[in-house]
Design a protein around this ligand. Structure first.
Ligand code: EPU
Length: 427
């Protein structure tokens, strides 16, 4: 079993370079199924979620070549319109993007149904509503979801809930549909725009991505060759911004898009930190104990739920009592129990948590309860007194590439070690 051992007390200093966005990559890769040809995708994050989706695409017949650490060539000329192994798809949430893509490509798809997860229930009713309105027949049962359509026909779809996944999935299914599809109350996250830009680069006609009304004029086919670069990861950048503040450090975050981070910047300024916009980089520094604040997570351009645990670490150290209201996921406060083991004073109930700021955190063995919780606990370990041991690294490796190396370059004392457990000794 691997763990991170973090010797705390470091003020982070230096430069860090942000990789491509996980949540774009896991949608753009399935989107290549709509291309009957060859795509070169670069600035791909080399993370386990990307490797899993590549393996699933190979099952469908895609030929994938890694040209380096962050670039692949994917040839989707010969796709078999069959089913990917259900156990492969049911373990991976973003496999729902295979439904929109394969409906467009083959008119037929079956994937393992992802259930709830550490964040709570994760319904996909808005995805299904969209596919059905486009003319697909969707069946859910026995742990799988199947969708079939002789023909997809563009229509108007109003999203009852603002959903990143459903917005992207409906875009995917509509690209090759007949006529125009309108998505009202669409999500506006940077990765929605990124997926639309990828599809438009390949010949799709999508307008309005990044606003709450997206229009997709169906085209007969996409180009059979193209190159696309994934947008920088907003959440990875925000994670390092808040790590700089929590550690009272001074960090330049390179290869990011400052506008995507406006709400994080605003919160950092509110709590007494400093942010300088350097064009394609941000310098973030903080010399004092942060002020208390109130945070409410919201769909973009609001404060992202995926940054909630990271700001939770900052507020656990703030001067005064802070409140976080989580409006997206029902169980996103599990990390607070781990932070309390490190001396934080947090009371979480339902979708709200009260953070009574403490002057310092102290090391403890802690467990990543999900991806962003894991990132937050690394930050906590870096600022805490003593040596923190962090377990359940598989969550972190899903979405952050070389995270300990990046923190080490900023001066953190952090290493990954393989620990042989009592059970493993006897296997
Ligand atoms: N929802 C419904 N019905 C649906 C879909 C969503 O009620 O059909 C609800 C959800 O229960 C939730 C809200 O709508 O309360 C928003 O869910 P959304 O569909 O936007 O989430 P998602 O697409 O499943 C993506 C990211 C998450 C991120 C959320 C919110 C990917 C692969 N995942 O999930 O990322 O938290 O958007 O921004 O893009 C992460 O990266 O750590 C992560 C969890």
């Amino acid at each position: 079993m691997e763990k991170l051992v973090i010797k705390g007390g470091t003020r982070l200093k230096g430069d860090v370079t942000i990789g491509g966005a996980k949540n774009s990559a896991v949608a753009i890769l399935p989107a290549t199924l709509l291309v009957n040809g060859i795509c070169k995708i670069n600035n791909l994050p080399n993370i386990s979620d990307v490797k899993i989706i590549c393996n699933i695409l190979k099952e469908f017949g895609a030929k994938i070549t890694w040209n380096g650490e962050h670039e692949i060539t994917i040839d989707t000329t010969h796709i078999n319109c069959s089913t990917a192994p259900l156990d492969m798809t049911s373990k991976f949430r973003a496999s729902y993007y295979l439904i929109g893509s394969m409906l467009g490509r083959c008119g037929n798809i079956e994937v393992g149904l992802p259930g709830g997860c550490n964040l709570g229930a994760r319904p996909i009713d808005q995805h299904i509503k969209g596919f059905e309105l486009l003319g697909a027949k969707v069946e859910v049962g026995q742990g799988k979801i199947s969708a079939k359509a002789k023909k997809l026909i563009g229509t108007s779809i109003y999203m009852d809930v603002i959903s990143v996944g459903a917005t992207i999935n409906i875009m995917l299914a509509s690209v090759l549909a007949e006529g125009t599809t309108t998505i009202d109350n669409a999500a506006k996250e940077p990765h929605i725009v990124d997926v639309a830009n990828f599809l438009n680069t390949m010949g799709a006609d999508i307008r309005g991505a990044g606003t709450d009304v997206i229009k997709i004029n169906g085209v007969k086919s996409l180009k059979n060759e193209g190159t696309y670069s994934v947008v920088p990861d907003q959440i990875e950048a925000g994670t390092f911004m808040l790590a700089a503040v929590a550690s009272k450090g001074d960090v330049v975050i390179r290869n990011c898009i400052p506008e995507h981070l406006d709400c994080i910047t605003a919160k950092i300024l509110e709590i007494g930190g400093n942010v300088e916009d350097l064009g394609d980089a941000l310098r973030v520094w903080c010399n004092k104990r942060p002020n208390k604040a109130t945070v409410k997570t919201l769909p973009y351009p609001g404060f992202p739920t995926d940054m909630q645990p990271q700001i939770g670490v900052v507020l656990s150290l703030a001067d005064g009592t802070s409140i976080i209201n989580e409006s997206i996921w029902e169980s996103r406060f599990q990390y607070t129990g781990e932070l309390n083991k490190m001396g934080a004073h947090i009371t979480a109930q339902g979708k709200s948590a009260v953070f009574e700021g403490v002057k310092e955190l102290s090391a403890a063995p802690v467990y990543a309860t999900d991806l962003r919780a894991g990132a937050a606990l690394i930050i906590a370990g870096i600022v805490a007194n003593g040596e923190t041991e962090l377990y359940n690294l598989e969550h972190i490796d899903r979405g952050y590439e070389n995270i300990e190396e990046k923190f080490r370059m900023l001066g953190a004392n952090i290493k990954r070690v393989c620990e042989v457990t009592e059970e493993e000794k006897y296997v």
